[in-house]
Design a protein around this ligand. Structure first.
Ligand SMILES: Nc1ncnc2c1ncn2[C@@H]1O[C@H](COP(=O)(O)OP(=O)(O)OP(=O)(O)O)[C@@H](O)[C@H]1O
Ligand SMILES: [Mg+2]
Length: 512
């Protein structure tokens, strides 16, 4: 059978960086084809070439056996290729419906746009994913909803090839399940799908075949059923990863002194009565569903959100923070889950980003910004985190998604924090780099830095953290540690199944 889409010997360079060298990919009708590879392997670059965003330097693209030149996104759409971008690429000031029309009207080129009709159509498509009112402004939505709009936008197109570039990175489990249902429907209708994800479980439950890239080169294409997750990881990184998570704190260890203490913290709306300690040497996890209030609590601790009750203490001293800069000054830093919104400055260089929070300490010591010091520190941190880059002076926008995330982490570490709160730190990070970051967090915990990790990935919560509190509806639903830390226990606390109100209260005081 002639493949629907065939990529032959495609190469692509960005200046001196060779992103793709002679890669191949072949897509059958009605298959879900996974594309795997480490951060910076070239996955998004190839997808952008197929979707007409970038032009290749060499090679050819065939649709149903015929050679095509995809010189713009509009041409890609006209031949039925849709791309759900890894980085949300919506207009924040436009409504959901307007964002969804943009692609559809491009394609239909209708001179008379019936706004009401398009809005109704947009709502119907949106409803397949989530009950999001399409008249809302995109900028007012949380990132998981923005991600759903990005997907809905692609569904308005009449595609024969649909590409999903890490669609679930910002979705809740329930939303991801709805997306998988839709992908299976598309597949049943003969639509071919390219699916990019760093989550092995998704690849194994959803995909028929997998192609692996390494360092911009094609490695292999196999039937998913013929491989194990370890096989895929080995193809991706070229070596075995024997230990995914670093050793935990020995359980007989006496609990270290409290570094950060949160007491009865509340903001009057999104969270209440939140009390917990982060002790020396431990990694404290915060579990709970997306939207449960975890991010708001972190923001409340770090001066990013006004609190109305309770307090935050650093080594026993009550903090009075009125801005994030105050928190950084005290040595409390926060890695936001919204990388593009508040994690990194895309137009600034990698070095400038890593130094951004540290400017004060650098300028303080040297009177004016010492770029040599800045560059050296940035270089050391970037190397430690394994940022794959052309050079430290390149803009962050030139990095792959996962490598941008590493820069966001480096930026927080650059100030030598006393406490670091990380919201979904390894989102979009490949398995190998992920275990490196986990190892680094463990080392930082050993050196006495208080570490808090908010994560929606249960394996990460269980594998990395010594102890976890679970947030539900803005309150601590309970705490688990040691052998009691199981997926079931956390899910039960997160969803509230079988937990009565007074027990929840009890568990919350137990968390102290
Ligand atoms: N506009 C650009 N300018 C310079 N280099 C770029 C640009 N876009 C991508 N690159 C480089 O090309 C390489 C491949 O990046 P790509 O985004 O395709 O990786 P990826 O496989 O999608 O990784 P991730 O899993 O992190 O999303 C990287 O080294 C990246 O830095
Ligand atoms: Mg990518």
């Amino acid at each position: 059978m002639t493949p629907v889409l065939e990529i032959r010997n495609i190469s692509k360079s960005f200046g001196a960086i060779k992103a793709l060298t002679d890669v191949n990919l072949s897509l059958e009708k009605g298959e879900v084809h996974a594309l795997c590879g480490e951060n910076g392997a070239g996955k998004s670059t190839l997808m952008n070439i197929i979707a007409g965003v970038f032009q290749p330097n060499e090679g050819e693209i065939l649709i149903e056996g015929k050679r095509v030149k995809i010189s713009s996104p509009a041409i890609a759409q006209s031949i039925g290729i849709g791309l759900v971008h890894q980085e949300i690429a919506l207009c924040p000031d436009a409504t959901v419906a307007e964002n969804m029309f943009m692609a559809a009207t491009n394609r239909r080129r209708s001179p008379l746009m019936n706004y009401g009709k398009l809005e109704r159509e947009a709502q119907v498509v949106m409803n397949r994913l989530a009950p999001i009112d399409v008249r809302q402004k995109v900028g007012d939505l949380p990132i998981s909803s923005q991600q759903l709009v990005e997907i809905a936008k692609a569904l308005t197109l009449d595609c024969r090839v649909l590409i999903f570039d890490e669609p679930t990175a910002a979705l809740t489990e329930a939303e991801a399940q709805i997306l998988f249902g839709i992908i299976n429907d598309l597949k049943a209708n003969g639509i071919s799908i390219v699916y990019i994800s760093h989550r092995m479980a998704e690849i194994f439950s959803l995909c028929d075949r997998v192609t692996v890239f390494r360092d911009g080169r094609y490695v292999a294409t196999e039937k998913v059923a013929a491989l194990s997750p370890d096989d895929v990881v080995r193809l991706m990184v070229g070596r075995e990863i024997t230990q995914l998570y670093p050793d935990k704190q020995p359980e007989d260890n006496r609990p270290g002194k409290a570094i950060l203490s949160v007491r009865d913290l509340g903001d009057g709306t999104r969270f209440n009565d939140v009390s917990f300690d982060v002790r020396e040497g431990e990694i404290l996890g915060i579990g709970g569903l997306i939207g449960s209030g975890r991010t708001e609590i972190a923001e409340g601790i770090c001066g990013l959100r006004r609190t109305t009750q309770g307090n935050v203490q650093l080594l026993g001293k009550v903090l009075h923070l009125s801005s994030y800069a105050d928190a950084v000054g005290e040595g409390v830093v926060y890695l936001s889950e919204d990388r593009k919104g508040c994690g990194v400055f895309l137009d600034l260089s990698i070095a400038q980003n890593i130094a951004a929070l540290d400017l004060e300490s650098l300028t303080g010591r040297f009177g004016l910004l010492n770029s040599k010091v800045e560059a050296e520190r940035a270089q050391t941190l970037a190397r430690r985190l394994g940022v794959r880059m052309g050079g430290i002076d390149m803009p962050v926008s030139s990095l792959s998604g996962g490598n941008q995330q590493k820069v966001a982490i480096a930026k927080q570490l650059a100030v030598d924090p006393k406490v670091i709160i990380m919201d979904e730190p390894t989102r979009g990070i490949d398995v190998g780099a992920k275990s490196e970051i986990h190892r680094l967090l463990r080392e930082l915990a050993h050196t006495g830095i208080g570490i808090v990790v908010i994560t929606s990935e249960l394996p990460e919560l269980l594998g990395l953290c010594d102890r976890a509190i679970v947030i539900r509806e803005g309150m601590i639903a309970g705490e688990v540690a040691g052998d009691a830390m199981t997926e079931e226990a956390i899910m039960r606390l997160a969803s509230g199944v079988g937990v009565r109100q007074h027990q929840r209260r009890g568990a919350s005081s137990h968390a102290l």
